[in-house]
Design a protein around this ligand. Structure first.
Ligand code: ADP
Length: 242
């Protein structure tokens, strides 16, 4: 579930604006990459398409070899269960404790009550919040709220972790912590794709960088996984895998 390939993906909105233009990039399972670019470059659009929140106008998006652009609406929730998403605005439920916020995706997936605690607490420990599991979001600092959001994104053990400006609100030390967490999850096989315009942070990480400018991919610091032209053969599988 962790391999991703964009094949000449274009996204044109109804007003005619092209947020992405013929973007091609492949991400091997277990890889780590940044999507870099100024505000408006197309980073969020890239992640939203990958999440199935929006459909490309042209091109294919293969996840594990399956073109998600062809997934029907009823298949999308199941597909998204395999993806962890971290936003800058973490959208925590204000009247639920840290524990309950992290437990939510497990409840949605129908996990039994006694298994939920066993899954949630190690993740809270990993993000350093075990002692604050009963706190409401308003009782937590911004960095702590962000870590609850990350815990919630990874508690389902997704094979793919997407983050949109995850360090935007954080000071450099907290941002580095968040990156360390992502590296930890990456080291156990999760594919991680992080959209960011934080130059210093990206440089410090020394990972693959894909740079977008006005919807075009202008730099990919990684060599292509396959020779040009080979991608056309991979787009024909059905949606049965989800
Ligand atoms: P980034 O995340 O890099 O800041 P976005 O992907 O959010 O960039 O946006 C890329 C471009 O697409 C921007 O110019 C934005 O204004 C435009 N855009 C985003 N969503 C829509 C939409 N629903 N309709 C029209 N234009 C949009």
């Amino acid at each position: 579930m962790g391999s991703v390939e964009f094949q000449r993906v274009t996204k044109r909105f109804e007003n005619g604006h092209e947020a992405l233009h013929e973007v091609s990039a492949a991400f091997a399972e277990g890889s780590f990459a940044f999507i870099e670019g100024h505000s408006g470059a197309g980073k969020s659009t890239f992640l939203r398409l990958l999440l199935g929140a929006d459909a490309p106008t042209r091109g294919n998006i293969l996840v594990n070899g399956v073109n998600i652009a062809g997934l029907r609406a009823r298949r999308l929730p199941r597909y998204r269960q395999h993806i962890g998403v971290v936003f800058q605005e973490h959208h925590l439920l204000g009247h639920r404790t840290a524990f309950e916020n992290v437990a939510l995706p497990l409840r949605v997936a129908g996990m039994r009550e006694r298994d939920i605690g066993r899954r949630v607490r190690p993740v809270l420990e990993k993000v350093g919040l075990l002692d604050k599991e009963r706190f409401l979001p308003a009782q937590l600092s911004t960095g702590e709220q962000q870590r609850v959001g990350i815990a919630r994104a990874v508690v389902t053990r997704p094979k793919l972790l997407l983050a949109d400006e995850p360090t935007g609100n954080l000071d450099p030390a907290l941002a580095a912590n968040v990156m360390r967490l992502f590296l930890d999850f990456n080291s156990i096989g999760t594919t991680v794709i992080v959209a960011s315009h934080d130059h210093a942070l990206i440089d410090a990480m020394a990972k693959r960088v894909i740079e977008l400018r006005q919807g075009r991919l202008i730099r990919d610091s990684d060599p292509p996984l396959r020779p040009p032209g080979a991608e056309r053969t991979a787009s024909t599988r059905t949606e049965a895998a989800f």
